[in-house]
Write a protein that binds this ligand. Structure first.
Ligand code: AMP
Length: 142
């Protein structure tokens, strides 16, 4: 795993505006927020992408994420929020350590802008794809 700025934050070598910490996760403010209150949640377990994370670390993130969302909404008063999690540079991941963005959406103009070039799922293709994915999920749980 490459050295990252988040690993340095975890080691206390670089400061951050800490929002929450326990033995498995750390949350802090994004240094370049899309909106005030933009918060990052990271596991202490080193992993580049979500699929590489242990079940334990994933569960720790899942426990804390809704709590952080509630706090962000309560403090910012945002009308909504986006949770974003990028994996791979092609998917806009810049820091190669798993992280979730919690991005307040104060109004339609600010916060995260999303392009959504939706296609159409055809019946037979959908059934075949879901079957293959289901088999892959079952295999990865073993
Ligand atoms: P991503 O494109 O999903 O990898 O996003 C990485 C995020 O990390 C960006 O939103 C950056 O602004 C943020 N970031 C980078 N360095 C720091 C830092 N030292 N403290 C807080 N946030 C940071």
């Amino acid at each position: 795993m490459p050295e990252t700025i988040f690993a340095r934050i975890l080691r206390g070598e670089i400061p951050c505006h800490k929002v929450y910490e326990d033995d498995q996760v750390l949350a802090f403010l994004d240094v370049s927020p899309l909106a005030p209150g933009h918060t990052l949640l990271i596991p202490k377990e080193p992993a580049v992408t979500l699929d590489a994370l242990s079940d334990d670390a994933a569960a720790a993130l899942g426990r804390v994420l809704p709590r952080l969302c509630r706090a962000v909404v309560a403090v910012t008063g945002a009308a909504g929020y986006n949770v974003l999690q990028n994996n791979g540079s092609v998917a806009h991941q810049a820091v190669m350590h798993v992280h979730f963005h919690i991005i307040p959406k104060p109004d339609a103009q600010s916060g995260l802008g999303v392009g959504w070039p939706a296609g159409r799922l055809e019946g037979a293709d959908g059934a075949a794809l879901a079957e293959r994915l289901a088999a892959a999920v079952a295999a990865s749980a073993q």
